[in-house]
Each structure stands twice: as C-alpha cells, then as structure tokens.
Design a protein around this ligand. Structure first.
Ligand code: UT7
Length: 343
C-alpha cells in the first residue's frame, strides 16, 4: 500500500481588502474594528468582485499546487472540491474547475472524476481523508484537493447580519495528495459529526420540504425570506462546541499514533475565530511558535482555511519537509476532524 502525502500546496485570495472599518463605512454596518478584533482577531478579509465565483478563486490555487508538486495538470487522476459556496446549487464545483484547468481541452481530454465535499469548515479534512484513502487504496496517484469559498456573495452585509457577516471572507487553498513509497505522508485522520446541532449554524435557502423549494409570488418569481436567504448562527454554542471538539479530536488522533502534543511541530487549526484557537492552544499548552494563523488577514474562509495556511507556511519556510503537522477543524453540522502528517 503506498503512502499518501501532500506533494504541493497553493493558494489564492482576491485582491480587494475589506477592513473592519470598511464594513462600517462602506456597508453602513453598526460595528467597530475594536468589537470584531477583540471577539475574533479578524482585522480584514478579502471580497471577490462581482463576476468572480468559487471555481475562479480555486483555479490559481490549483495551478500553484500543481506547479509546486512538480507535476503536470494532466497527471491528475481526480479532483476533490470542498466548499459551502459552490458556483451553483448543482452541478458540483469540481467539474467547473476541471473545465477551467483545461483538462478537457485538446485531443486527449482527461475525464477525471470530480467529487464535491459539503462539510463546511471541516470540508478540507473530510476531503483529505477521502483523498488519502483513495491514494492508499491504489485508486489514484495524484488527487487535486481544493477548499474554496466565495462567501461575500451570500453575506447579509447589513447590521441585521453583522454577527455572521463580520466573520467571513473569500479565498482558496489547494493541495495535491500523491502516492509515494517513501516513509512520509498522512499518518492518521479522524472525523466526527453531531447532527443534533445541524440548525445552530446553517443556511436554508435550499429547502426541499417546501413546495416549491422557494415560495413563488403570483408571477412565478421566487421569494426568499431573509431568514432563509442568509446564514444563521448561534455563535456561543458554536464557540463552546468548537473548543471541546477540536481538543477531543486532536487528542484522539495523537493517541492513534502514540503521540503527545509535544511531538507535533506545527499546528494548522481551522481559522474561525482566533479566540477559539487560543483557548485550544492554552488548554493544551501549545507554544505560539507552533501555531499558524492568518485569520487576522483573511477572516474565516471555511473550507479554504487549512490549505491556505499550509500553502502560505510552505511559501514562507515555516512548513518544511520532515515536520510533524497537525490539522484540526470544526464547523457547521456540527462536523469536525483532525489529521496528522509527516511532511
Ligand atoms: O466555523 C464556525 C464559524 N463560527 C464561529 O466560529 C463562531 C464562534 N462564535 C463566535 O466567534 C462568537 O460567538 C461571535 C464573535 C460570533 C459573537 O460573539 P459573542 O460574544 O458570542 O456575541 P453575541 O452573539 O452574544 O452578541 C453580543 C452582542 C449582541 O448585541 P446585543 O443583543 O447584546 O445588543 C450582538 O448583536 O454583540 C452584537 N454584535 C455585534 N456588535 C458589533 C454581534 N456582532 C457584532 C458586530 N459588531 N460585528
């Protein structure tokens, strides 16, 4: 059985920076820089321009990961795309990325499988577990795994929506999960979910219990009530469960490998809230220099946070070959996961 390792990382964020003050000034949201920084650590985020969707953000991230892995795009055997903000309700965004990568161009189109993963903030780790298992089973040698979000298209950028809209930003991260005979790679992963809390962080714009799924007016035009249109979140419940589950799943994954927290060289925690991660870090006694974060610059980019962290850290030299890396996430569902890799 081959090992599965991350052979390349890439990222892309849209150029437009939106600071906390911009949310107040440009969108008229009743908020302050102090409130957002104090509660979340976020200073600014990126918003993509109109006309740019999730597969567009994913494309440069994927191209960077392919280049850094030292492979050609035609070497890809599969695409796994994690997002909660797909280009469209269906089909999945993976097929749009396949097309934009040019895999279907020319005389020998690559009809690689494209799988979308819908596990929100844990989506990247659900995708990593899937890609790792397929590579280890011999089903693929190189899998492109992307986490990308265009949240700015679906944020209630008014005071009504401030508790959610001040947290999220747009961005994309990508990795290549490759087969290797070398003694390295993803050593263990663990995933979990608790559907009792499905309604505590959700966006119900798509509701198949309704006939039709979006109510219509007399002219047949869909009418979406704001309570359905925008994400809703019980922030305090999310905070409490995030801390508990992230600590639990990290410890379980370490235990699987007979490791302690001290054996880990670098932690890539999902970037939902700096305070959540600081709490986890302090509970486990993890020193600052072992923890990556970029939430202050990008906000919560959901499925993109972990690959974005990895790609930036590899670029600036903080993440190096031979390091033991722990990745941990928690989010809507509730869902959570962790993975440990020998880089
Ligand atoms: O991937 C999962 C993503 N989600 C998370 O990780 C969220 C985890 N939870 C949190 O980060 C925190 O719960 C929040 C930062 C979202 C909220 O902090 P909080 O201390 O739990 O605030 P709260 O929701 O209890 O709201 C307190 C007050 C409310 O005003 P009133 O009702 O007391 O008058 C909110 O309306 O703060 C108000 N508020 C804001 N004020 C200024 C909410 N958002 C804002 C804002 N600016 N952006």
């Amino acid at each position: 059985m081959p090992n599965a390792y991350i052979s390349g990382t890439g990222f892309h964020v849209p150029p437009r920076v939106v600071t906390n003050d911009d949310l107040a000034r440009d969108y008229g949201i009743d908020t302050t820089n102090e409130w957002i920084v104090q509660r979340t650590g976020i200073q600014e985020r990126r918003f993509a321009e109109e006309g740019v969707g999730t597969s567009d953000l994913a494309l440069p991230a994927a191209e960077m990961a392919i280049a850094r892995a030292g492979i050609e795009k035609t070497d890809l055997d599969m695409i796994v795309f994690a997002t909660l903000s797909p280009d469209h309700a269906f089909p999945g965004t993976g097929v749009y990325l396949q097309r934009k990568l040019g895999l279907l161009d020319g005389a020998n189109p690559k009809f690689v499988p494209a799988l979308d993963v819908r596990n929100q903030c844990s989506g990247f780790l659900y995708g990593l577990a899937t890609a790792t298992s397929i590579v280890q089973a011999g089903g693929a040698r190189h899998i492109l795994l992307v986490g990308a979000e265009t949240h700015s298209a679906a944020l209630d950028l008014t005071t009504r929506g401030r508790a959610v809209s001040s947290l999220f930003g747009d961005g994309a991260g990508a990795v290549i999960v490759s087969a290797t005979e070398e003694d390295r790679g993803i050593r263990a992963w663990k995933l979990g979910s608790d559907g009792r809390f499905a309604d505590h962080l959700c966006q119900k714009v798509w509701d198949t219990t309704k006939r039709p799924f979006i109510p219509q007016d007399a002219r047949g035009i869909g009418q979406v009530d704001p309570s359905m249109m925008w994400a809703s979140m019980d922030g305090r419940q999310v905070f409490r469960h995030a801390v508990e589950r992230m600590i639990g799943v990290l410890m379980e994954t370490c235990l699987k490998l007979g490791l302690t927290g001290n054996d880990i060289d670098l932690y890539a925690f999902h970037q939902a809230n700096l305070r959540v991660n600081q709490y986890v870090q302090h509970q486990l006694g993890i020193p600052d220099e072992k923890v990556l974060h970029n939430i202050e610059r990008y906000g919560n980019t959901t499925a993109a946070t972990i690959p974005l962290l990895l790609a930036e850290a590899e670029q600036d030299g903080r993440l190096r070959r031979g390091m033991k890396v722990a990745m941990v996430a928690f989010g809507s569902g509730f869902t959570w996961g962790a993975a440990i890799a020998d880089w």
